[in-house]
Write a protein that binds this ligand. Structure first.
Ligand code: SIN
Ligand code: MN
Length: 265
């Protein structure tokens, strides 16, 4: 799969690109089931909200074969290689739960702020990919993006270790207000299987989920191989140290796995 010139221009101008229903229902149903099974486990990679509900599961591609197949999926790897013009490795992989009734907020932030400060990533040449595992609606805590905010470079941020169970470099209200006055806020929504890619400096966040509808999203951070992290401080399961290039799998690998599982059940 290749992006059109128009799609690439949209990404550079707005800081994001949304490809609805890129993965089909069978592929996503497998990932959704596997995510739920992972959240049911007690392991260091599974972080919880203060309520005890799952918040995020790190590095699932290293211990689950369905997420391993997603991590090498050519529908995602090829377009990002096209944008960066080089091979990629997985910097971070997490499956965010945003659980029904209890999913907590993600405050306004830029991801590259964390990758630079905590991991020593030289440039914002890593792409954030969100793959929707549940339907993302306006009511269940969709990701909110501030278009064009990626053009501001890395903004001053405070390390917030109190608001949620997840430490985050967050932006102050005057900064967010200024950027939103210029660019507005967009909330890409849609069926499971949608893929959203966004720039490491794009300002984003999400509200809590008080609906009965969970909003699971897989977030992959694909870093250009030459941009490997120089001074990591976080656990290896959060900021990976294997910088070898990802070799894309066959386009049908995830679907084939889903069908093998179905046949075995
Ligand atoms: C993130 O920004 O890393 C996660 C945001 C979300 O899942 O809503
Ligand atoms: Mn983020």
């Amino acid at each position: 799969m290749r992006l059109t010139d128009e799609q690439i221009a949209h990404f550079h101008r707005e800081g994001y690109l949304f490809l609805p229903e890129l993965f089909d229902a069978e592929e996503v149903a497998l990932l959704r089931r596997e995510a739920e099974a992972i959240y049911a486990n007690q392991r260091p990679e599974v972080w919880r909200e203060r309520s005890g509900a799952p918040r995020t599961a790190f590095a699932a591609h290293l211990y689950n074969d369905a997420f391993a197949a997603l991590a090498r999926h050519p529908r995602m790897i090829n377009p990002i290689e096209q944008v960066f013009g080089e091979q990629l490795y997985m910097h971070q992989f997490k499956v965010n739960a945003k659980s029904a009734f209890t999913g907590d907020v993600w405050q306004w932030h830029q991801d590259y702020g964390t990758w630079a400060r905590d991991d020593g990533m030289p440039e914002p040449r890593a792409m954030n990919i969100a793959v929707f595992l549940d339907e993302v609606m306006h009511i269940n805590g969709p990701l909110m993006l501030v278009p064009r905010s990626h053009t501001e470079g890395t903004l001053a941020a405070q390390h917030d270790v109190t608001t949620t169970s997840y430490p985050l470099w967050t932006l102050d209200e005057p900064t967010v207000t200024r950027l939103v006055e210029r660019g507005g806020i967009v909330t890409p929504i849609g069926k499971p299987g949608g893929l959203l890619m966004f720039h490491g400096n794009l300002v984003h966040g999400s509200a809590g989920n008080i609906t009965p509808f969970p909003r699971k999203i897989v977030y992959l951070t694909l870093n250009a191989v030459s941009n490997y992290i120089r001074t990591p401080t976080r656990a290896e399961y959060i900021a990976h140290r294997d910088f070898s290039p990802i070799i894309p799998a066959d386009d049908g690998a995830l679907l084939a796995l889903a069908r093998r599982r179905e046949a075995a059940e």
